[in-house]
Design a protein around this ligand. Structure first.
Ligand code: ADP
Ligand code: ZN
Length: 433
């Protein structure tokens, strides 16, 4: 196996030793911030207490609310003058949080992204188009500097203007693209409208991430573009992309354990879940100097995949994120994750590339309505045929989520398409009151 960074092939013991040293340094560094000085004192943790990776359990958790309360500078462990970049989270679930980086932090981050891209098979000879929003969103500059570090010819395409994206893919013989999965599906239909076959491009790899997506979405993207698509996981609080990435085997994402100490906990009891079970991912930065973060509760649900990866990298793999712990929909007393709905929809051939789950209130009853785009070739005038499709979708969904949502079939490209992360769930229950 060819590795980009020797840390990729450290053995378990070496990783744990490195984690112990880096954790101690990180805790020491963190005490320079207003927030951790207080929170570590409250938890009675001192630097000399930290001597093994397992001592992580002594540290207090950090939440998104903590970051919001300290907005914008309460977490800085170095003077603001040393900081050279500010990023913010997308604000998917509320007001955004900001993360600041020193030059050294940015270098380490670029190395992690370069390593991640390399791990998915990207090489310096590739032409790389970054179809991610530039600006505060970390998928832009974060991926950009990593791609340059790897040595790719890097095109900062940004989002939107799909016709121009398609032209660039063709003109510059782009071989690798980074794209949000929902936008990849949408771009596929723009290719269709233009009468261009996405498979006639030079693309061989797509890096997809930034939002939850099912295996079925990955398969569709691979099919549409004739590429291998690799899952990329990250969050602004932990830099952004480059936290966990799939290797060529596509069997879960290697989480870079020399840079992040990962735990999976039960969100209710805050205790670690048994080996291999799903819970909330908690991450600690091990290499960040400007704004270290300890035991950050990501609210993302996943599990460690047991066993070794055939690629030989020792960094443990996390499974596809099934959603955020606060994504759960409760309807008629049943708990439902949007990803369950997506999995079913995307496995039905008549279903097109976009859908929305709408929650409504009728009288005292909550109800789910699923609006689904239907592929052009199936959107015929024949009412009976449409009714059959509707019944099929309702039936399959009922088997999975145990309630019967109302199904609206709509024509392709008629549901709102966001250029950043897709909004899949719209809650209109309060309006019905
Ligand atoms: P926000 O939390 O406001 O969306 P970020 O831009 O920092 O801000 O996004 C990070 C979040 O995006 C993660 O916590 C996770 O919920 C989601 N995410 C990122 N990558 C993936 C991925 N590959 N699969 C599923 N979800 C992802
Ligand atoms: Zn692997």
């Amino acid at each position: 196996m060819q590795v980009f960074d020797r840390h990729e092939v450290l053995d378990r013991k070496e990783i744990e030793n490195l984690q112990a040293i880096r954790l101690k340094n990180t805790v020491h560094q963190a005490t320079a911030s207003t927030f951790y000085r207080n929170s570590l004192a409250r938890a009675s943790v001192k630097v000399p207490d930290i001597n093994s990776h397992e001592d992580i359990a002594r540290l207090p958790f950090t939440t998104k609310e903590d970051l919001r309360e300290q907005y914008p500078f309460g977490f800085l462990a170095m003077p603001k003058e040393k900081m050279v970049r500010l990023h913010a989270s997308s604000g998917t679930t509320g007001s955004p949080t900001v993360i600041l980086h020193t030059q050294n932090d940015l270098n380490v981050w670029a190395d992690l992204v370069a390593r991640s891209m390399h791990c998915a098979g990207v090489r310096s000879s590739d032409v790389f188009q970054n179809m991610s929003g530039y600006g505060l969103f970390t998928g832009g500059l974060g991926i950009h500097y990593g791609a340059e570090r790897l040595g790719c010819l890097t095109i900062p395409a940004g989002v939107g203007n799909s016709k121009r994206q398609i032209k660039m893919l063709g003109d510059y013989k782009v071989s690798v693209a980074h794209i949000i999965p929902s936008y990849a599906l949408h771009l596929g239909s723009v290719f269709d409208d233009q009468g261009v076959d996405p498979r006639s491009m030079h693309l061989r790899i797509m890096l997809i991430g930034a939002e939850p997506h099912s295996e079925e979405i990955r398969s569709r993207i691979q099919e549409i573009y004739g590429v291998r698509a690799y899952n990329s996981y990250g969050l602004s609080e932990m830099n952004g992309p480059g936290v966990a990435f799939e290797c060529e085997y596509q069997t879960g994402m290697h989480l870079w354990e020399d840079a992040y100490l990962a735990e999976i906990i039960d969100p209710e009891t805050l205790e670690p879940v048994p080996q291999g079970q799903t819970g909330e991912l908690v991450l600690t930065t091990l290499t960040r100097e400007g704004m270290p973060i300890l035991r950050y509760r990501t609210r993302d649900l996943t599990r460690f995949i047991p066993g070794e990866c055939p690629c030989g990298r020792s960094h443990r793999r996390i499974d596809r994120i099934t959603g955020r712990s606060d994504d759960m929909i409760v309807i008629k007393g049943v708990n439902i994750y949007p990803m369950q709905v997506e999995k079913i929809l995307m496995s039905i051939p008549e279903v097109g590339q976009n859908y929305i789950i709408q929650l409504e209130r009728q009288g005292h009853m909550d109800q789910m309505r699923v609006k689904v785009e239907i592929r052009d070739e199936f959107f015929v005038e024949d009412m009976r045929r449409l009714q059959q499709i509707q019944n099929k979708i309702a039936g399959l969904l009922r088997e999975e989520i145990l309630i019967s949502p109302k199904i609206d079939l709509v024509e392709h490209n008629t549901l709102p398409q966001s250029q950043g992360k897709a909004t899949r769930v719209v809650d209109k229950r309060e309006e019905g009151k």
